[in-house]
Design a protein around this ligand. Structure first.
Ligand code: NDP
Length: 277
């Protein structure tokens, strides 16, 4: 498994497992658990969830899926902005830990920036880290100005990632946020890397993938992973698709292929507001 280095020096799997909308259906449960476990077998040891997903259903599913295998997993969860006060963060973390049936999170993210001052959330994260409830903290959906604000609060520069929307059709972060993060050696965690499946029906991508003997999902994921400092967290509830997606790790797009994708999916000419899903 390719890895990406966090600012802490720890290396995590370059391709992880997204779990939004998982755990919602009893009929899908067995296959979803099998998919998460297959991910672990393939080295996809980073699992992303949030207290928001299915009101805890995703965390509960993961708790069941990783039972007996906790030490293999780099577990990421997120706190709602409205819970991200000093006491609220600790309480939300405790609830997540219970649902996940574990004593620690590897990475705890602020899901997006709300009205609680960043300073207070960072203080809460640091207290949780000191107490051993989380190993690292980070953020999600913060734009460049938000990151600068985060860096200006005490301890804020300890954030390990910014999880943002990034895929072939959403390249706005390349104009301002990504260069800032690279300068500060903070890896991006790319969510919705196949645009919730919609990108796979894009005729330009379908045609590219066919001509280059890969699937559209593999082309889109290999592109996200092309520079070695971006983590991708595609979600699938099906083992066959997870396998297909993970085969993207074996694809190194050539300079000609990358140039072609740049022509087909150009980045915006200048900075655009950070997009969210
Ligand atoms: P993705 O871009 O990962 O796409 C997931 C969708 O694509 C699902 O419907 C899945 O269906 C389908 N799919 C996956 N692989 C294939 C394939 N090979 N062929 C065809 N269809 C496929 O979208 P997500 O929005 O789920 O993003 C990934 C993860 O990022 C989330 O699950 C979540 O963990 C995180 N996230 C974080 C956000 C944030 O604000 N921080 C916001 C959004 C997502 P099926 O499951 O049936 O295979």
């Amino acid at each position: 498994m390719n890895t990406v280095e966090l600012p802490s020096g720890e290396r995590v799997a370059a391709m992880g497992v997204g779990t939004w909308n998982m755990g919602d259906s009893a009929a899908a449960r067995a296959e979803e658990i099998a998919t998460i476990r297959l991910g672990l077998d393939l080295g996809a040891t980073l699992i992303d969830t949030a207290e928001m997903y299915g009101d805890g259903a995703s965390e509960r599913l993961i708790g069941a899926a990783i039972e007996g295998r906790r030490d293999e997993v780099f577990l990421v969860s997120k706190v709602y902005p409205h819970n991200a006060t000093r006491r609220g963060t600790a309480a939300a973390c405790e609830r997540s830990l219970q649902r996940l049936k574990t004593d620690r999170l590897d990475l705890y993210l602020l899901h997006w920036r709300g009205s609680v001052p960043l300073e207070e959330t960072v203080e809460a994260f640091i207290e949780l880290r000191d107490a051993g409830k989380i190993r690292h903290f980070g953020v999600s959906n913060l734009d460049r100005a938000d990151m600068q604000a985060l860096w200006s609060v005490p301890g804020g520069g300890g954030a390990q990632t910014d999880q943002v929307l990034y895929n072939l059709g959403r390249r706005g972060v390349e104009c301002d946020l990504l260069p800032w993060l690279r300068e500060h050696r903070v890896p991006v965690m790319a969510y919705s890397p196949i645009e919730q499946g919609r990108l796979l029906r894009n005729p330009k991508l379908v045609d590219f993938a066919r001509r280059h003997a890969m699937t559209p999902a593999q082309a889109a994921l290999a592109w996200v992973l092309r520079d070695g400092d971006v983590i991708a967290i595609p979600k699938s509830s099906q083992r066959s698709r997870l396998k297909e997606n993970f085969a993207a790790l074996d694809i190194e797009l050539t300079p000609a292929q990358l140039a072609e994708l740049d022509r087909l999916f150009p980045p915006p000419p200048g900075p655009v507001p950070l997009e969210m899903l």
